[in-house]
Design a protein around this ligand. Structure first.
Ligand code: GLA
Length: 384
């Protein structure tokens, strides 16, 4: 039944949580689906419109089924899904492995198979599955296996986005559960420190991520500029456009799903350009999904290059300055498997400037602004 290509590359879409948290309704989802198409995000590859927590009533019905809150979703969830589908997009929802969701709505514990059927009947294509209110005696691993099996047998292709924040050594067992995504971090906040810490926390876990099962370092805050409904997410009040560009570059080259968290109905043209850069998206969507390796700079906690082998033989290279001082980052081609004796160099295409930087022999060095980056697609060429 299941489409064998479900989740081959990291999913791309939008999720309601970062900006709207509990303040969600049918009009917002419809307008967001409209904006996804009219802004060009859909053409750039964004596909899923996902409703996060706070969509249901606080009680199940007399048959034990989840019920959409009729004040927020007066026409029911099927109507919302139908609208999203009518735009050529896919529809996602949210539940939790415990008795309650993180915001206190009913969770799917001991209702896994029933809820999977409900989601299928509404036309859901993606389920984010959280880890709050998990009964103490239950292992998280077991609960993710349960919901994964329930979804794989509910009669509809539903991508399974497991969200246990990296608990229980999830990278070690998630592949076997059947989930297509695993959240490996706590919740992102709309500030630079949070972006930096989430990325650094997973740089040694890239080898666990691959086709059909991707390490999810949380949703994007690109373009939020402090505009969250939620104080925790909005702490410190947002980032600069350059910081958002570095954030997007990190998530792309680390093969994280690209789930937009800003209000796309009113995003700036700079935000739209960041989110739709085709060369950065191509790095994220390479079908081999190989995790990047790290080439440390002189100050390894702040400066590093991430290098990802691409399916066409080229390399994606991200040079990052996560620190607070401008600095030089130098990349020796030896560290990427190109000895001088090979007579090969790299032709670098700059993915943000969108032009060729030149052909380089043995090394490339760049001055990088604090919280900045350079992103290249590098082709091996003969230089001698
Ligand atoms: C957890 C998740 C978040 C979000 C909220 C909703 O904190 O990690 O991404 O889904 O729950 O309550």
């Amino acid at each position: 039944m299941q489409d064998k290509y479900l989740g081959l590359t990291p999913p791309m879409g939008w999720n309601s949580w970062n900006t709207f948290t509990w303040n969600i309704n049918e009009a917002l989802i419809r307008e967001t689906a409209d904006a996804m198409v009219s802004s060009g995000l859909k053409d750039a590859g964004y596909q899923y419109v996902v409703i996060d927590d706070c969509w249901s009533l606080k009680q199940r019905d007399q048959n034990g089924c989840l019920v959409a809150d009729p004040e927020k979703f007066p026409n029911g969830m099927k109507a919302v899904a139908d609208y999203v589908h009518s735009k050529g997009l896919k529809f996602g929802m949210y539940s939790c492995d415990g008795t309650h969701t993180c915001a206190g709505y009913p969770g799917s514990f001991e209702h896994e198979f029933q809820d999977a059927e409900t989601f299928a009947s509404w036309g859901v294509d993606y389920l984010k599955y959280d880890n709050c209110y998990k009964p103490r005696h239950m292992e998280g691993e077991m609960l993710y296996k349960r919901m994964s099996l329930a979804l794989r047998n509910c009669g509809r292709d539903i991508l399974f986005s497991a969200c246990n924040w990296g608990a229980d050594g999830v990278h070690g067992w998630i592949q076997g559960s059947g989930a297509q995504l695993f959240r490996s971090t706590g919740d992102i906040q709309d500030n630079w420190e949070s972006i930096k810490n989430l990325a650094l926390s997973q740089m040694d876990k890239m080898a666990y991520s691959g086709p059909y099962c991707h390490n999810d370092i949380d949703m994007l805050v690109v373009g939020m500029h402090g505009g969250s409904n939620n104080e925790f997410i909005g702490t410190l009040g947002g980032c600069t456009d350059e910081e958002y560009r570095t954030h997007f570059s990190l998530w792309a080259i680390m093969n994280s799903p690209l789930m937009i968290g800003c209000d796309i109905r009113s995003m700036s043209s700079i935000t739209r350009e960041t989110l739709t850069n085709p060369d950065i998206i191509a790095i994220n969507q390479d079908m081999e999904c190989r995790g990047p390796y790290v080439v440390p700079g002189n100050d390894p906690a702040a400066m590093m290059s991430l290098v990802k082998p691409m399916g066409d033989g080229s390399l994606a290279i991200g040079m990052f300055n996560l620190g607070d001082k401008k600095g030089e980052l130098s990349l020796q081609f030896w560290d990427m498997g190109i000895p001088a004796a090979a007579g090969m160099g790299l032709e670098l295409y700059d993915c943000w400037a969108r032009k060729t930087e030149g052909v380089f022999d043995q090394r490339y060095a760049a001055q990088i602004e604090p919280h900045g980056c350079r992103m290249f697609r590098a082709k091996l060429v003969k230089v001698r």
